[in-house]
Structure formats: C-alpha cells, structure tokens
Design a protein around this ligand. Structure first.
Ligand SMILES: [Zn+2]
Length: 377
C-alpha cells in the first residue's frame, strides 16, 4: 500500500471539525485488507457534533501498539495558492489541508500496519481533535473501556519534527488552564467615594500577588510553569466615575508538578482574599502529562534512527494534544511529520517524508511485535 496515495485520498475528502463520513470510509477501506476489525461510531450532538470516531483492532504478536490520530482539520482559511482539497504533489511537496496535521501520518501508519501484518496493532482515530475534542478521544477511550481494550503502548501521530523528519519526539506536554475574574463594586462619583465601592484596587492587589507567584522552577523534563495575566478590563470612559466592576483574565501553562483543578482553586483563593465577592471561573483545557524515558522512548528512538539516521530529541514543548487523554491508559509518545506549516495556508510536507514515516512506523511495529508483553512499562 502506498502511504502517499492514501494520504492524497484522505486529503481529497473535506473534513473540517466535526468530521465524519467519507474521509472515514477511505480509511476503513484501507484497513480491512490488513486484517483490522473496524468499529465506527458517532458521538455528541450539534453544534459540536455529531462527530465520527474509528477504532480498528488487529490481534497479533507482541505489544498491542496503538496509533492515535485525527482526520478532522482546521478550516483552510484564505491565502492558498492551490485547492486545499486537491491533495496534489507539487515540486516534491504534498500540499493540502491536513497534509502535516495529520492525515499523512494516519495514512503512513495504515500503510505500515499492512506491511507488518503479524504485529498486534490498533488505530484510535477521531473526527474531533481540532475542535472542543469532547466527543473525540475521550469517547474513544470510553468505547475501549466498554469493550475491554487497552493498548500497551501508544504513538500519537501529531507532527512533532521541526526541521527534518526524525529530529524530535514528544514525551509530554504542559497542561493549560484559563481563568476569568470579575470583581464587582458599586458605581459612584469620584468625589463621593463613601457612596461607592471601587473594584479596581482589590483586583489589582490580587493580580499583583498572582503575578508574583513562582509555581515551580522547572523539572528535568519541563520548563517552569508560568502564569500570564492576559487581559485587564474596566471599560470606563469617564474621569469622574468609580466603575461598577473590573475584569481580568489569566492563563497558566503548567508542568506535571501540578493539576489544573488545584491551580484553579489556588487562584480563586488568592482572588477571594483580596475581593471576597469576586466571581472566578476557571476552565482546564488540558492536564500535563509525561511518559518517563524507558522502553517505549527507546523503541521509538531506535525506529526513527533506523530509517532517518537521526536520534530524535525528547521534548515536552508545544500546546496540548490528545496524548493528554491517552497517556492515562499506557505509555504514550508523539511522533509524526515536520510541523512547520500546520494550520497555515499551503500546508505541506515533503512527499518523500510520507513514505519515510511509513517506514518509521513499520520499524516501530516490527520492534513492538517482538516485545514481550511483560516488558510493558
Ligand atoms: Zn493535529
């Protein structure tokens, strides 16, 4: 099976989040001849859904190696020099929405699994990664639990490389929590402060304390967690009016020393100490995760080196990914194509890299097939 031809066929099916239908038909047709049992189901309701998810399983030798990915893409947006859904190869580049993020990686794994036909393998593929992601990978994980399926290792096919295929894998990602703060006051005349209640002072004192927080000093695998005040808004056009309310927003990117809900409680407590009536709303958009270096990272590194001659740097940079959910099931590492053009106009990857990635995934499957399950971390 040609990984490149399958990647082109996937790109030719428009599949902006929430995705389902034809793009999954293409993937399913490619998996059936390789011995996979394919389970497709819809999850969620409008406006975020319904979204389609696909779970493909094949019994075989060694560890159950899962590949996790998504077939939805972000909207093309303006500025393309070609049809974003043509899937054409131009000057050695596969150009199209989803080329890097991440239809070509899904195609590469399907092609690899067809070649290493005796290896135990699983595909966990959603149509809801780029959107709210509530009906995507979490729904797939629930489906797996209901069916008693659990992989030993998981590879997430997000584009992790920076300059050349093989230069980076991700062992973890930081978590993210956003917080909205509203401090109520009582509007009034600046000259009659005893008749009013100015909300700005308490908010500024709370923000000063939050801004001075040192959450940690980093870990061997992560940079220090950071809290950034991202907005401060009173919206008061008058010089002689004490405003009725003051608002602020902040965002925390945190490493595996922290838990999103704990951080939200800590921020709320600080704000309430300065402004007891403040409304504080927090949303955890992802917890941090880390797969400690071990058997899986060694296996990935060896497979990448065999094909590309590069030893991938182990990194934890970047935003959140669905690996945050999967890492609760089993050791999880991300490895995929070069990410330079993801979400951009004229998104593209080297056509040769698509085949090379299929060879890397095949090398992973061969190694996984001879692993004893007792070796699983
Ligand atoms: Zn992606």
């Amino acid at each position: 099976m040609s990984a490149l031809a399958l990647a082109q066929a996937l790109i030719r099916q428009e599949s902006v989040t929430p995705a389902g239908g034809p793009v999954f038909d293409v993937l399913e047709r490619s998996l059936l001849p390789s011995g996979f049992v394919v389970d497709r189901f819809l999850a969620g309701e409008a406006p975020d859904g319904p979204v389609e998810n696909l779970l493909a399983t094949r019994a075989g030798r060694g560890h159950m190696l899962a590949f996790a990915g998504h077939l939805d893409v972000v909207p093309p947006g303006p500025g393309w020099s070609v049809d974003p859904w043509s899937g054409d190869v131009r000057d050695g580049l596969l150009v199209g929405r989803g080329a890097a993020d991440m239809k070509a990686a899904v195609a590469a794994f399907a092609a690899a699994a067809a070649r290493v036909s005796d290896a135990a393998a699983m595909l966990i593929v959603t149509g809801d990664e780029e959107g709210p992601a509530t009906h995507g990978t979490p729904a797939l994980i629930k489906r797996m639990a209901d069916r008693g399926l659990r992989p030993d290792w998981c590879i997430v096919g997000e584009p992790t490389c920076t300059d050349r295929l093989g230069d980076m894998m991700k062992l973890g990602r930081r978590g993210s929590v956003n917080v909205w703060i509203t401090v109520p006051g009582r509007q009034g005349h600046v000259a009659y402060p005893h008749l009013a209640d100015n909300p700005i002072g308490p908010l500024v004192r709370a923000l000063a304390e939050l801004d001075a927080l040192v959450l940690d000093t980093g870990t061997p695998w992560f940079q220090p967690s950071n809290l950034e005040i991202t907005d401060l808004d009173v919206g008061n056009p008058a010089t002689n009016v004490i405003p009725p309310a003051a608002r602020a927003r902040l965002s925390i990117r945190f490493n595996d020393r922290h838990d999103g809900e704990d951080l939200a409680r800590r921020v709320t407590a600080i704000v309430r100490r300065h402004a007891p009536a403040a409304q504080v709303t927090a949303r955890v958009s992802g917890e941090a995760f880390l797969t400690e270096p071990g058997a899986l990272s060694d296996m990935v590194s060896d497979a990448v080196f065999e094909v590309t001659g590069l030893t991938p740097e182990a990194s934890t940079t970047g935003g959140t990914s669905d690996a945050r959910f999967l890492s609760r099931l089993c050791p999880t590492i991300e490895f995929g194509l070069v990410n330079a053009t993801m979400h951009q106009a004229d998104e593209a990857v080297a056509a040769a890299d698509v085949e090379a990635l299929a060879q890397v995934y095949a090398a992973m499957l061969r190694r996984s097939a001879v692993s004893l399950v007792a070796d699983a971390e």
